[in-house]
Design a protein around this ligand. Structure first.
Ligand SMILES: Cc1ncc(COP(=O)(O)O)c(C=O)c1O
Ligand SMILES: N[C@@H](CCCC[NH3+])C(=O)O
Length: 427
């Protein structure tokens, strides 16, 4: 989100037609706010890009980015698929009423219980990641007298230009069957030989927060080459090629994300070079769907000015509600939600309240003059914020509010101190 594009009325930041300062008053801070019209509009951009290029497609929201009942309900309304990576995400989606046949189940170490749950709940497709999992699933299917659709997650040997922790497609990765060393062929054989597994296609995901189309075009090319190899070896042509997610968003002015039109257009050009039938193309965007739609509201508290050096402005949240700055040195931008009409006059570190020197939300932020009680809105926090939130220092996790068409709705309650001790037992 570019600060200049933010909307304000009477000096207050407006989110989805709602005054953010009023939201902070009504629900308290820290508070996650999602502008749901932005979520819907991004999904529609992905859909229309595929349609323009006449590709058969499926959008599967990577729900690890933000996984609560209400967002699964939005995904159901938008008629997309989702992917989950744990029994907990699967349980949340099902309890939100999300249709199981539109769920893909990912993960590099799905347990017996998770696979059993997936089979019993008739999940749409299980994304097989390793040989141990093929064995477990095969055993479960026999025992349950069940069948399931599966896809193979491949490691195509393509590394994305992004943070090391966000790379997943390179050969040295914990995810998927390595193509180079022949693991993928071996996995293909096992799955095709298993009468209870129906192989829907092949999958690869090269990483997250990727800018530029090059990696995705290379991936599309590589997946078609792999498909041709499998066709020659196994007489198998995939119904689906899943190219994963990873489309970058703009957290600050240095970030230059690609549009859905750009990368889907280029992928389509690459795919259409084949003489074979182009399979259905699935993508799994997480961050690009929910990231820009999310804001975190904090209340400004203490301040420390170190003469001739620097200033720390502390807010009432921090690494517990957004671990990304500490974990990936992620850079965000913020505004003072109740002073949108005032000029910037200072540059400060925005510090969290956690007992860690590394708990700095923004290293250098220009702001108007501030005082305790002001509302700081951090932008683009919708992805991997709430979903990675924790209770370090026994801080309760914030509430989540959805706004749309000028209406606000609480969709996740704020944790209470009672919630924090609810699992503790006496000794
Ligand atoms: C298999 C898979 N698909 C999709 C995603 C979503 O990535 P992003 O949120 O960057 O779109 C991830 C996370 O990196 C992933 O591991
Ligand atoms: N949590 C990561 C992205 C997820 C990667 C999942 N494979 C981030 O915030 O950037």
């Amino acid at each position: 989100m570019i600060i200049d594009d933010l909307k304000s009325e009477n000096g207050h930041l407006m989110i989805g037609g709602v005054d953010s300062v009023e939201l902070a008053k009504k629900y308290g801070t820290p508070l996650y706010v999602f502008d749901i019209s932005q979520v819907r509009s991004q999904i529609r951009k992905f859909k229309s890009a595929f349609e323009k290029n006449n590709l058969k497609y499926q959008i599967s929201y990577a729900s690890k980015a933000f996984a609560v009942k209400a967002i699964y309900q939005v995904m159901k309304q938008e008629d997309v698929h989702i992917d989950v990576v744990s029994g907990g995400e699967l349980y949340t989606a099902l309890s939100a009423g999300f249709p199981s046949e539109k769920i893909s189940f990912h993960g590099n170490n799905k347990s017996y219980d998770e696979l059993l749950m997936a089979v019993k709940e008739h999940v749409g497709v299980i994304m097989l990641d390793n040989f141990h999992e093929i064995d477990l699933l095969s055993q479960i299917l026999k025992q349950e007298k069940a069948t399931t659709k599966v896809m193979l997650r491949l490691t195509p040997g393509i590394s994305a230009h992004t943070h090391k922790y966000d790379q997943t497609g390179q050969t040295d990765s914990k995810f998927g069957f390595d193509v180079e060393s022949g693991q993928a062929d071996k996995a293909m054989k096992s799955v095709l030989d298993d009468e209870n597994m129906e192989l829907t296609g092949i999958h690869a995901h090269i990483g997250s927060q990727i800018f530029g189309t090059q990696g995705f075009v290379m991936l599309a090319k590589k997946m078609m080459e792999i498909a041709k190899k499998f066709q020659a070896e196994f007489n198998y042509w995939p119904k689906v090629i899943n190219l994963g997610g990873g489309f970058g968003i703009s957290y600050n002015e240095d970030d230059d994300p690609i549009t859905a039109d750009e990368f889907i257009g280029q992928i389509a050009d690459e795919l259409k070079k084949t003489n074979n039938e182009v399979p259905e193309i699935w993508i799994e965007p997480g961050r690009s769907i929910v990231g820009p739609a999310g804001y975190t509201l904090y209340t400004v508290g203490s301040r420390k000015d170190i003469p001739n050096l620097t200033s720390y402005l502390s807010v009432d949240g921090g690494m517990g509600d957004n671990i990304r700055p500490a974990l990936y040195q992620a850079k965000y931008e913020a505004v003072i939600a109740n002073k949108m009409d005032q000029p910037n006059e200072q540059t400060v570190h925005i510090a969290g309240k956690y007992c860690e020197s590394g708990d700095i939300l923004i290293d250098q932020q220009q702001l108007p003059k501030t005082k305790p009680g002001d509302i700081l809105a951090m932008l683009d926090t919708g992805a991997y914020g709430y979903s990675m939130a924790m209770n370090y220092n026994r801080n309760p996790r914030p509430a989540v509010v959805f706004v749309e068409d000028g209406q606000d709705k609480l969709v996740v309650k704020r944790e209470t101190y009672q919630d924090l001790t609810s699992l503790d037992l006496d000794y």
